[in-house]
Design a binder for this molecule. Structure first.
Ligand code: BG6
Length: 479
């Protein structure tokens, strides 16, 4: 057996999910409708999540996988017990905004929604699992989209503030780690899913997106401020869909292109971690003629309430080229990127690059000097269970092992400060990009298919025992 250097003491090993992809129970106990409920599986999903096609309610002839999902709402005790059996130190999950404020603009929160999350957090604590809570993971109340236009409207800052106050006060002492917006840069790529944005014809989509981004950035700073006021032990992080861009060749034009692409993503974190709009962004807005409304108070909030740590998802690196005739992009991913001929791909065409994780960790650490947290990483694959629901998912173990190795190097050889690692979809759940159940990431298999058939029975895959050993050995035993 090969042994590796241990991870730092107290390293937060765990797994991650999001409310809309696992809870189901979309109308239980007063929950309101959210954007993430009305995105169906199938060919219309992409135009809907990108704000090109309008779907504001359930329509005939579509299947909406988030409605029932894997019913974490009804199974949370069983699921958390399984996470505990694997030895999770942390569990990343998200709050469904519409359980707390069904429409989004009510004066008082919905007690049943608060109670549900209190039960979940207490269940975690029973096993010594530290909850890591994403305040919004792609969800926005439909009422706020229909009546206010989603995050394009400045009023969303107030509604979000209201949500945060309700959460921070009610869960004081139960939750210490908060993330303000999942993959905040997704607003540029999937604006309906990321920020409840639908574009009317003739609208300047770029301007709307950056205005909405500004509102989210201010809301994030405000949440950080309130979290610290309510409980000085609270730690608040931002969250980036990360993945370094490589230049396609050593042609300086390609390098320049890669730098521009990286900046498009780092822009958000530059604001959240350093507290101000970077010069390159101000120049870009001016060049594009974007008229963005920002108040002097906004800028003070951004400056004074930067995040405590930087979290990110990492699935792959990306490739950029200045040569617009190159067209061979990777399949399936919401972020279009050129194909990297040195890398293998998953069944969904996502390229696999463990070293890219070390590169991304080092780049983020060098750029911000703030603690990092990998809150998503994993392999979406087709699993074939035997009659007992057992899946021999060696391909998933291989993927995770190779990524954990480079994480280890980033910490022990490069000196990166990394607080924890939560693999994506620790229990099988609905894919955000495609709406499929078939694209599975979990250590725990859930009997449910793309059409919503199945008993919802949970069973352990081979990777379950493997990850348990990884955690128990604090990363020294990866066999
Ligand atoms: C991230 C999201 O983009 O990637 C998750 O934060 C998502 O919500 C994950 O599920 C994997 O993507 P997909 O499309 O395979 O579900």
């Amino acid at each position: 057996m090969m042994t590796y250097q241990a991870f730092p003491e107290g390293f937060l090993w765990g797994g991650a999910t999001a409310a809309n992809q696992c809870e189901g129970a979309y109308d239980a106990d007063g929950r309101g409708l959210a954007n993430v409920d009305v995105v169906p599986i199938g060919k219309d999903r992409f135009p809907i999540i990108t704000g090109q096609k309008k779907m504001f309610d359930f329509e005939e002839g579509y299947f909406y996988p988030a409605k029932e999902s894997i019913d974490f709402y009804g199974h949370y005790k069983e699921d958390i017990a399984l996470f505990a059996e694997m030895g999770f130190k942390t569990y990343r999950m998200s709050i469904a905004w519409t359980r707390i404020f069904p429409k989004g603009d009510e004066a008082e929160p919905n007690e049943a929604g608060l109670q549900f999350y209190e039960n979940v957090f207490k269940e975690c604590r029973k096993y010594g699992i530290e909850p890591l809570v994403t305040i919004t993971h792609f969800d926005c109340p439909m009422y706020l989209i229909e009546h206010y236009g989603g995050w394009r409207n400045r009023k969303l800052i107030d509604f979000y503030e209201h949500l945060c106050r309700a959460l921070f006060t009610r869960f004081k002492g139960l939750v210490h780690y908060w993330l303000t917006f999942n993959e905040i840069n997704m607003i540029l790529h999937a604006p309906f899913m990321g920020a409840g944005l639908y574009f009317e014809e003739g609208e300047n989509a770029e301007e709307v997106k950056y205005q909405a981004a500004h509102h989210e950035l201010v809301a994030s700073a405000l949440a950080t401020k309130i979290a610290h006021e309510v409980d000085p032990d609270n730690k608040v992080g931002c969250m980036l869909a990360a993945g370094q861009y490589y230049p396609n060749t050593c042609n300086p034009d390609d390098y320049w292109e890669a730098l521009q692409e990286d900046r498009e993503n780092y822009f958000f974190i530059d604001v959240q971690a350093r507290g101000e709009y970077p010069n390159y962004a101000k120049k870009k807005f001016a060049k594009l003629g974007l008229q963005l409304e920002m108040t002097a108070e906004d800028l003070v909030l951004l400056k004074e309430h930067t995040v405590d740590f930087i979290s990110f998802s990492y699935y792959s690196s990306r490739v950029a080229s200045a040569d617009s005739s190159l067209k061979e992009t990777t399949a399936g991913n919401i972020f279009a990127s050129l194909k990297n001929p040195y890398l293998k791909s998953s069944e969904w065409g996502w390229q696999i690059d463990p070293l890219g994780l070390r590169i991304t960790l080092n780049t983020l650490w060098d750029r911000y000097q703030k603690p990092l947290f990998i809150v998503e990483n994993g392999l979406g694959a087709v699993d074939t269970p035997d009659e007992n629901g057992y899946v021999a998912d060696d391909y998933r173990i291989d993927y995770l092992r190779e990524h954990i190795k480079t994480m280890n190097q980033a910490i022990n050889e490069d000196g990166v400060e990394l607080w924890g690692y939560t693999t994506w979809g620790c229990i099988d759940l609905v894919s955000a990009g495609t709406g499929e159940m078939k694209k599975r990431y979990g250590f725990i298999y859930v009997d449910r298919d793309n059409e919503g058939n199945g008993s919802l029975k949970r069973s352990k895959k081979k990777s379950f025992a493997w990850y348990k050993k990884v955690i128990a050995s604090n990363g020294t035993d990866l066999d």
